[in-house]
Design a protein around this ligand. Sequence first.
Ligand code: B12
Ligand code: SF4
Length: 494
Amino acid sequence: MKVLLINPEYPDTYWSFRHALPFEGKRSAFPPLGLLTVSALLPSSWERRLIDLNVQSLKSSAIEWADMVFVTAMLVQKASLREVVGRCKALGKRVVLGGPYVTTTVEGLPDADHIFLGEAETTLPQFVEDLARGEARRTYQAAERPPLSATPLAHFQLANMKHYSAMSVQYSRGCPFSCEFCDIIEIYGRVPRTKSNQQMLAEFDALLKLGWRGTVFIVDDNFIGNKKNVRQLLPELAAWQKSHGYPFSLLTESSVNLADDEPLLNSMRDAGFRRVFLGIETPVEESLKEAQKSQNRGNLLESVEKIQSYGMEVMAGFIVGFDNDPEDIFERQIDFIRQSAIPLAMVGLLNALPDTQLWRRLEREGRLLGEASGNNTECTFNFQTRMDPAILIQGYETIMRTIYSPREYYQRALDSMRRTAQQFSEPQHYKLISSLTSFTRVMVKLGVLDGERREFWRFLTQTLLKHRNKLAESLRLAAMGYHFRKLSDAYGEN
Ligand code: B12
Ligand code: SF4
């Protein structure tokens, strides 16, 4: 059996990092871990190839080579997914679909032969058996969410690592909280399941053996969802990192209550966590209450600063469009982002994802307008908002243009570097040629060609004066700022 695994294309969004990646000579931020895991669940005798449309094109010859095509997708990849399925079906291939989009969608799915809803650890082996007997079903859905001990070591070797800026591994699925807009708890449940320490170390070993050095994204929705297990994992990760010379710089997502747990913060720092993405959403208490985000209690600015003081750059998600948002929500978000020294602030408009508590409430209230695009940085709503949508969209655009204006952004980047000053500097894994090439690209594009070059030189001078050990970090931040500015500028043109 020859299997082609396809990851459809992402649109140009905040998360695509499309304008930042060329500085490092990369094509995509992360490999499609879902498909690498699916591959590991298939019989070892089957031949497999991965096509990630974010790093390469899909040639008809590749489709013709395959007996069967496996496609994954998030909602935001829907258009590309449809095109891929259409091409594969036109060439007479058996098409199998899975991933978060098909798991949660409420509108017509593309015409595939087999659909996998939810996690595939138990259903895929069943499918393989059914297929052998000629009795494969159209839809597969496990009766229960599988334990992560059933998740095999992902086939990282299928991904052409040189095209990605980071590698991904997963430790847990699910989150104990109950945020109204969140689909994670619907898809992956509220009881966080984790891998064992041995499984995690085996994944780190595998990446190291394949030659990976640099950022590893632990893609959990809430890394500290199961604190008991995380506490046991972290010392082992720290020991592994130490004995291998800290080859990986770790990034993950966490709930804000991480700030309340100093021993955990200490252990994360020791294990090499350098960036953490928090779901802050809003500084407005009534809106947090509406979103059922009770874990974001207390002084959020202090929580951010506490985490930064453990050497972790804080990235965060922010949302506007809650029913309880006051008229000055836009200024309040800008002020919060400025004071928190969060360079990479992902601000989005509230959208109701299918089958969430928010979706169900809006449906009951007769306010739903249809399926969301899945890209919450697009200026659209899929429900009737309390505030005039035109005001919300205009205010949102103002937030984006303000926080990503070069002066504001570079100042946050400098503040963040000051707050994350560490007792020890992060080991850098320079590959001389590629580092020099990236350095030259940043200098030429941002220091010479860019209309905002004066701000760049001011930023670089301050970095050299105050944070010399963070030069590589500052260039990464400058490249990211450029990406966000490019996208925010597009709002002004609309
Ligand atoms: C890492 C990640 C990203 C990364 C990288 C994605 C990538 N290349 O894989 C980045 C940061 C780029 C990203 C971006 C976004 N993401 Co994202 N992301 C994740 C995250 C945290 C982990 C994904 C992952 O690797 N999981 C690990 C693998 C093993 O799990 P899995 O993919 O679910 O795969 C399992 C099953 O689903 C199934 N399966 C998956 N595919 C297939 C295919 C077949 C054929 C079969 C049989 C089975 C199968 O088998 C696997 C084993 O059980 C998930 C949340 C989550 N917990 O999964 C959100 C998630 C997928 N992202 C989401 C969203 C909304 C986004 C953004 C739109 C956010 C935004 N507002 O901009 C952007 C869009 C991308 C873009 N560039 O614009 C949503 C998707 C919601 C939906 N219903 O579609 C999720 C669920 C999180 C959430 N609630 O917000 N994301
Ligand atoms: S903390 Fe994050 S993952 Fe957990 S329920 Fe809230 S939004 Fe979802």
